[in-house]
Design a protein. Structure first.
Lengths: 319, 332
């Protein structure tokens, strides 16, 4: 999420509401803190303050990933949750990107060490975005077996996968009938009109009793807000009004945290008509995907996955 | 596909029309990579003399340089070739497409085209913008009626669903151009999804990128240049267009095309199987996955950011024709 103009309004008193995490019997906060941006913040101290304030307002869902900022995001979150681990629902992701179970298990140990904990609440396969990822993940000795093993060993409570590219890839993951607890995907009012996870994947996930986790509520880097099609409040409210367990939002300043808390504390969903209004307003700009480049191009694909798939680096192939 | 031999390269029928074109086509983009105009003219002339009749080009290639050089090369040989170029309104109005036609004719030193195609259909809303009132579809119809072009079609390299949506507009296309190579057969495949539809409708299928665009797979040793080109030419297409930026490459391709014998079905299956694992994530078909291979003109028309490192953007920024607008305000 980009820097926003500081808003005059204060964060209201009250808490971010909790929601059911699919069929798990566990509840999580309806707004989640994205882990990537914790590594983009200028100092450790500023990142720690963001986490502390989020906890104070009832946010307990914390996202992270083995490959974010080469481990810095996990290290910062580990520090921030020292003594508060039990107040958090802690998720991180594994980046084996088609490699063996043993690679995934080694990454799990590294993540646990950086996060200063002995277990995760949720462990997800990161960035399922290449067309052959489902085949590689479900190959014998692939990452799916690592998820099962980690759950059996009590190192993770729940398991899932994430991806930002194409609904068809998510659907192929679901076809394997693997007992995922969660599925993470981009959900925003532009997505509704373009290669839509909302219309193609979300109903499938819900029908199977899995928890849907939304991300990229403003387009990944706030492109939709900068363009002026929607405000940050509208974008976040739309995403949080969908049938998801939580909406994960990257926060790199206190101003952005406050802006999100203004929406999420005592959250009131949009009406069906209001949601339709936002979809209608966005449709023209959404229809060629320019505001969802993560679906169109390699721009949002991480370097570890690119290497494993023999793709050029970000410098060689910027878009 | 009907095939007969005239000169040295096999000729094939152009879709439902009683017109023959060479089974190997001369790609217009790469002629702009020749070191100078003299070399480019020589490549074009030798290509015609070697039996290539199908010539591809595009209004937006190298800011007009490729059309200018090809026009110079075809001087005195125009009647021997089937000349195609493309128009680049990218969703904008018919009038713009027709202005581009006048520029292309001028640069190519001719009064008519054999084929005029709408370039670079790749975004999900391109078909809708094409067929709308005052869209490019009306320009194709008018140019044909005015006798400035004999046939019309469209091209695109990114997403077969966009091609299918273009066909579903109901517009009477004579030709459709698309990437066809062994990697495509295993990844978001035009061969599987679009080619049968064209054959059924009697629309001429024009293959391109027989080497996967940049030959990366050949350099990686997955298959040879001869295998790549033979595979593409063995599909039910009217021609296979490939770029030739040097006399050596021209000679290599002429040799393969002049000695062409189609692959047997089993041979094609074996090659597909051999390339399957490295095709599955698109690593050798980045034009289906990255904006880097899209035309800057198209990105500008759609409001996309342009990649300033891309050679065509650098051309655009350094060009005398550049006016700061996507379409040079230059009229003939």
């Amino acid at each position: 999420m980009p820097k926003q103009q500081p808003q005059a309004e204060q964060v209201p008193s009250g808490l971010v509401p909790k929601r059911q995490l699919g069929h798990t019997g566990v509840q999580v906060s309806a707004l989640g803190i994205g882990g990537y941006h914790l590594g983009s913040v200028g100092t450790d101290r500023a990142a720690l303050e963001i986490v502390a304030k989020a906890l104070d307002h009832g946010i307990d869902f914390f996202d992270n990933c083995w490959e974010y900022h080469d481990g810095l995001s996990e290290e910062r979150l580990g520090k921030a949750l020292q003594g508060k681990r039990d107040h958090a629902f802690l998720m991180t992701k594994v980046c084996s990107h088609g490699r063996d179970k043993s690679v995934a298990m080694r990454m799990l140990e590294e993540s646990l060490r950086r996060l200063q904990t002995d277990h995760l609440d949720l462990w997800q396969i990161h960035e399922v975005v290449y067309d052959n990822d489902p085949d590689l993940i479900f190959a014998p000795n692939g990452a799916a077996e690592a998820l099962t093993a980690a759950k059996q060993q009590g190192k993770v409570r729940f398991i899932g996968f994430t991806g930002h590219k194409d609904p068809s890839i998510h659907l192929r993951m679901l076809e394997h009938k693997f007992p995922f607890d969660t599925v993470q995907m981009p959900l925003n009012c532009f997505d509704a009109s373009f290669r839509s996870f909302e219309t193609q994947v979300l109903p499938e996930v819900t029908r199977r009793g899995m928890a849907a986790l939304g991300m990229k509520s403003l387009g990944g880097s706030g492109e939709m807000v900068r363009h002026g099609t929607i405000t940050a409040h509208e974008g976040l409210r739309y995403a949080m009004s969908l049938p998801v367990a939580t909406t994960i939002s990257g926060i790199d300043t206190m101003e952005v945290l406050d802006q999100n808390l203004q929406v999420a504390v005592n959250f009131q969903p949009l009406s069906a008509a209001e949601m339709q209004g936002l979809r209608d307003r966005s449709r023209y700009f959404a229809s060629d995907g320019r505001f969802e480049l993560f679906k169109m191009t390699t721009k949002y694909d991480g370097k570890v996955g690119r290497q494993q798939h023999h793709f050029p680096t970000e410098q060689e192939l910027p878009l | 596909m009907q095939q007969s031999s005239s000169g040295s390269i096999p000729l094939r029928q152009f879709g439902r029309h009683p017109v023959k074109i060479s089974a190997l086509g001369f790609g217009g983009h790469h002629v702009g990579d020749a070191p100078d105009e003299k070399t480019a003219i020589q490549i074009v002339q030798e290509a015609v003399d070697g039996g290539i009749t199908f010539f591809d080009n595009c209004w937006e290639y190298r800011r007009g340089k490729t059309e200018l050089w090809m026009g110079a090369g075809l001087k005195g040989r125009r009647d021997k070739v089937f000349l195609m170029t493309k128009t680049c309104p990218h969703g904008r109005d018919a009038s713009l497409a027709l202005q581009m036609l006048e520029e292309s004719l001028h640069r190519l030193q001719t009064d008519h085209l054999d084929l005029w195609q709408v370039h670079g259909m790749c975004f999900d809303n391109d078909p809708e913008l094409f067929i709308r009132p005052n869209g490019a579809a009306e320009a194709l119809t008018k140019a044909k009626k005015d006798g400035k072009v004999r046939f019309v079609g469209f091209t695109g390299h990114q997403n077969f669903n966009v091609h299918l949506a273009m066909l579903n507009t109901g517009f009477p296309f004579d030709s459709v151009q698309m990437p066809l190579n062994v990697f495509d057969s295993n990844f978001r495949s035009f061969e599987q999804h679009v080619l049968p539809e064209l054959n059924k409708r009697g629309i001429a299928a024009l293959g391109m990128k027989p080497f996967g665009g940049h030959g990366d797979a050949i350099r990686a040793g997955v298959l040879t240049a001869q295998e790549s080109l033979r595979y593409a030419m063995s599909l039910p297409v009217s021609t296979t267009i490939t770029g030739m930026d040097s006399i050596d490459i021209l000679h290599q391709n002429l040799r393969i095309a002049q000695n062409f014998t189609p692959m047997q079905a089993e041979e094609m299956t074996a090659l597909r199987d051999r390339c399957k694992a490295s095709a599955a994530d698109g690593r050798y078909e980045l034009y289906k996955l990255s904006l880097k291979f899209d035309n800057p003109e198209s990105r500008i028309a759609h409001g996309f950011p342009v990649d300033t490192q891309q050679s065509e953007v650098r051309d655009m920024l350094g060009s005398e024709l550049n006016t700061g607008h996507p379409f040079p305000e230059k009229h003939f």
